[in-house]
Design a protein around this ligand. Structure first.
Ligand SMILES: [Zn+2]
Ligand SMILES: [Zn+2]
Length: 349
């Protein structure tokens, strides 16, 4: 089969490798019908994620069709269409039972193993360990592009941003960073009754996308008065819940500036460098701060919300490719702002 292989820091390659086979009774082999590229894949290509060894197939997001199941799989049969979770869950360890499968103990690290410590989804086929616990059946009538971003991006924005941020009715929510994860937080903050959802971004097309996806206000940090603009929207009090969705020190610092005393800062960004927490200013403000790796346990909720027409994840799929043009997809996604790209939709036709 063809697959996108990480060969060490630098360029990946689209090459032929052996098809995956059932190795354990709980394995499921899925034909990847639709996949996408995550910002995390770009971090891997820079060499920022040492757990990814050369020779690994990248990718942790997909919608596909079950091709083969191991002898221990009881709830999936070949032909079933599934959403692949970016988190692999054994279903029986202490973390999976909490349920907090982000820290599934089956692999000795976290539950994020696909396209990390084992081969991932940017390929024609993928082997999913504990396949029946790590996939969700695609409902009848739901398209691949509606469901694709439930593998990772939508649950990340919803769980790490909105749920960890403990948004409650009437809250003013600011989402700092309106890339895919930030937009998912924007699209789901209203579900818990936020009175205002302020999208804080840099470039206009993405801020406009946030307004399309549910933000009540859009503010660009290129505007020298951006901070005062946000404060004025809170009557000068500060923001109840600030969701950081970029993953760099500058935006985390902005989040701590915006939050009001007693408010929450929920970090949903993937950080690669350390950040000096200004604890001498923060302790007296009764602020709570959360971080985390997504569990994807809200995928069933998000499926229901798509079916009810309450969320529309597919609007994030700005660029379509066939799988043979995987390198073209990487080229566009690596230069996302130049191409005004949010997420790629890569189809195995
Ligand atoms: Zn991801
Ligand atoms: Zn587990």
């Amino acid at each position: 089969m063809k697959a996108l292989v990480y060969n060490g820091p630098g360029s990946p390659s689209w090459e032929t490798i052996p098809d995956p086979t059932i190795e354990d009774p709980t394995d499921v082999i899925v034909r990847v019908d639709t996949t996408t590229i995550c910002g995390t894949d770009l971090h891997i290509l820079k060499g920022d994620v040492p757990s990814v060894k050369p020779g690994t197939v990248l990718g942790h997001e997909a919608v596909g069709t079950v091709a083969e199941v191991g002898s221990g799989v009881t709830s999936l049969v070949p032909g079933d269409r599934v959403i692949v979770s970016c988190i692999t869950s054994c279903g029986s360890c202490q973390y999976c039972r909490r349920p907090m499968p982000s820290h599934c103990q089956a692999f000795g690290s976290t539950g994020w193993v696909l396209g990390n410590s084992i081969n991932g989804t940017q390929a024609e086929y993928v082997r999913l360990p504990y396949g029946q616990n790590s996939t969700y059946k695609l409902p009848e009538g739901m398209t691949d592009s509606q469901a694709l971003f439930l593998s990772d991006i939508f649950p990340t924005g919803f769980e790490m941003g909105v749920r960890y941020g403990r948004v409650t009715p009437g809250d003013i929510v600011a989402v700092v960073g309106v890339g895919p994860v930030g937009l998912a937080a924007v699209a789901t903050a209203g579900l818990y009754g936020a009175s205002k959802v302020i999208a804080v971004g840099r470039t206009r097309p993405r801020i406009d996308k946030a307004l399309e996806m549910g933000a009540s206000h859009g503010v660009s940090t290129k505007d020298p008065d951006w901070f005062e603009t946000v404060m004025n929207l809170t009557d000068g009090l500060g923001v109840d819940v600030v969701i950081e969705a970029v993953g760099v020190p500058e935006t985390l610092e902005q989040a701590f500036r915006l939050v009001r005393p007693g408010g929450h800062v929920a970090n949903a960004g993937v950080h690669g460098t350390s950040f000096s927490l200004p604890i001498h200013d923060l302790w007296i403000q009764n602020i709570t701060f959360t971080t985390g790796l997504v569990d994807t346990v809200t995928i069933p909720i998000l499926i229901d919300l798509i079916k009810a027409g309450r969320i529309h994840p597919e609007v994030m799929g700005t660029h379509e490719f066939s799988m043979e043009d995987m390198m073209g997809a990487y080229d566009v996604f690596s230069n996302a702002s130049k191409h005004n790209c949010l997420k790629t939709v890569i189809t195995n036709s």
